[in-house]
Every structure is written in structure tokens, then in C-alpha cells.
Design a protein around this ligand. Sequence first.
Ligand SMILES: [Zn+2]
Ligand SMILES: [Zn+2]
Length: 213
Amino acid sequence: MIHVHRFIYNPFQENTYLLYDETNEAIIVDAGCSDDRERAALTGFIDKHHLKPVAQILTHGHIDHVMGVNFVWEQYGLKPLAHADVVPFLENATEQARMFGVQTSKLVLPDQFLDEGDHVKFGNSQLEVIHTPGHAAGHLCFVSQSQKFLLSGDVLFRGSIGRTDLPTGDYDLLEKNIRTKIYSLPEEFVVYPGHGPETSVGYEMKSNPFVMG
Ligand SMILES: [Zn+2]
Ligand SMILES: [Zn+2]
């Protein structure tokens, strides 16, 4: 049984997810903690529940999703796992941050990469990797088939979709990936997005004004 805990971090109100199961092994998704209070919320929860983080994974490399990457590396010895196309974003994190009026230091880079069809394992659980560029190059979503949920990053939100006006954005590609890789999942799948509240595949197919199913 996977537990999904959400933290809302940094000036962009980004959702960082901590997933853990009955073994207490955990993975951190899109570490966005950006100050001492936010970092203490993450470590405090991990300590309180006696969790052991075994991986940190990234949906994509936008600054709001990576502001805590170095902290997780320093705290738990975990380099980020991401798609290879995320590396240029991480290398440019300082410039990205400046563009959005925030600050970050040089980020640690992945030394292993994820791509479509890979599985991220923790405890007795696993997430399936799907490649969903369009909002940004190298964007991944993570699917739990057994527990019927999807971590959608900045691809799909409740009632909205990711912006495509930033570098490497591609509206047609985003729409195609939502239709073929997300709306093809069963309707009851819960969607945990990178911003805002959770939703479901079926709800978005019926009511999302940007991409109707
Ligand atoms: Zn983004
Ligand atoms: Zn975002």
C-alpha cells in the first residue's frame, strides 16, 4: 500500500510528493523545498514516520520542481533520477532561478537516467515511467498500476494543462501525450499534479477545457 503525502513548497506553490509503503522505504518526487522551514517539514515528516528515502525522482527540470534537489542529496545521499533531457535545465538552474526572481546554487546532476517503460522501485512498490514531453523536454509522469494513480507533474492539472511558452515547450506534443498516454489510463486513476489539488483521469477527460477526452 503506497501512501502519498503532499508538501506545498516555494513561491510557485509546487507540490512535492513523498511516497512510502509498509516497508517504510520512501521516494521523494520533485523536491521543491526552498527554505529552512520547508526543509524541516520534509525531514520532520520522514523522521516522525521512520521513513528511509531510497530515491529522489524528477518529473522535469523547471526551477520550482528542483529547488530542494541539493538538500535531498546532502541529507540522504540521493542524486536525482530524471530523463536525460532534464540535464540542460539542471545545468541552467541558476539562470532559470534568476529569470523567475528566486535563487538557487549549482545543482547536483543525475548519474542515472529514466525513460519510458522503466520502473522506479521502493520497498514492495514500484512506479512505471512514462515519457510525456510538451510542457518541457524530458518530462516524465509516474504511474502506479496497482494503486491506480498517476503523478502528472506539469502535464495535467485539475481543469488545466501545463504552459508551453517556455523553452522546449510544444503544445501539439503536450496535447498528443495527454491523449495517448494519460487519457488511455482507466478513468478512476487519481492524478496528483505538480500544482494544485488532485483530480482523476475521468474527471479531466470530461471537463478539462484544454484537452477534452
Ligand atoms: Zn514546469
Ligand atoms: Zn511547476
